[in-house]
Design a protein. Structure first.
Length: 291
């Protein structure tokens, strides 16, 4: 924060007394210390999640699962003992990420990873997400405004989804999650990718996590940190390009949510990316077979 610049004439004229000047510097110092404390409180669990995801990236899944379990306990304890409401909200949001990853760890033991396995991974999060959403009192775009703008939101989502999905397909070469593009398979893909995967992830990363970070650290830091976690939690793909790419995509989606507060918009964009990435492009080829 900049030091107040008082013209010498004002100081000489006695318009700003030395005690007043001392109070101003004291307030500034307290504000800086307060902001550093906020960085500390938010930075420790964010750093912990980042380091654990790097363990996953390095193939050390056992160590990562143990670390996430310990982090789950630490966040739960911190939520119980901390008196600051805004810190509890951030830890509650980060707690959802640890639960999500631990559920994700358990699924491969029982299910082959296919389209319907996403339902088993994401469905258990419905209850904690609902509780967190109610507790955090998230403000969304009004329904009538969403309906009025849907003629813009829908084509924007499809075009953005195609562009991002095409770029991501080049990076990771995703395999198709449906055997063909029949109406039944395509409908199942749309329902699961939009109303299960995209909805759950956008509620966690944008509606809950980003909103709580925005209130705690400001809009820029909120979008940046939530996008960072969104990117780093794509470590399971095993390529740094995917993590960087999803960080950038997360930043774009996060900015749109910050500007519009429209959950349907970001869910449709996210869902469209996955539909193109895991269904349409793998079957039709890059550029939908036109190039």
């Amino acid at each position: 924060m900049a030091v107040p610049d008082f013209p010498p004439s004002e100081l000489e004229a006695g318009k700003v007394s030395l005690p007043e000047l001392g109070k101003m510097f004291k307030v500034q110092t307290e504000e800086k210390i307060g902001f550093l404390k906020k960085i500390f409180y938010a930075g420790i669990p964010v750093t912990a999640i980042t380091l654990i995801e790097l363990l996953i990236f390095g193939g050390r899944l056992k160590e990562a699962s143990i670390a996430y379990t310990l982090l789950l306990l630490a966040l739960s304890f911190s939520i119980a003992v901390t008196k600051k409401h805004e810190i509890r909200k951030i830890y509650q949001a980060l707690l959802l990420l640890t639960i999500f990853r631990l559920i994700n760890f358990s699924m491969p033991v029982f299910f082959e990873k296919n389209l319907y396995s996403f339902v088993f991974i994401y469905a258990p999060l419905a209850i904690p997400i609902t509780i967190a959403t109610i507790h955090q009192k998230i403000v969304y775009e009004k329904k009538r405004d969403t309906l009025r703008r849907m003629w813009i939101y829908f084509p924007l989502s499809v075009l953005t989804g195609f562009a991002f999905g095409q770029a991501e397909y080049v990076l990771i070469g995703a395999r198709e999650l449906i055997p063909d593009l029949s109406s039944t398979n395509l409908l199942a893909l749309i329902i699961i990718m939009v109303f299960v995967v995209a909805l759950v992830e956008e509620l966690i990363f944008r509606a809950i996590l980003q909103t709580s970070l925005e209130r705690f650290l400001g809009p820029a830091a909120g979008v940046l940190l939530s996008s960072l976690l969104f990117g780093i939690m794509h470590s399971t793909y095993g390529t740094p390009y995917e993590m960087v790419y999803t960080f950038l995509v997360g930043g774009f989606i996060g900015y749109l949510f910050y500007r519009t507060r429209s959950l349907p918009l970001v869910v449709m964009i996210h869902g469209s990316i996955n539909i193109f990435l895991f269904g349409i492009i793998p079957h039709l080829g890059p550029g939908l077979g036109l190039i």
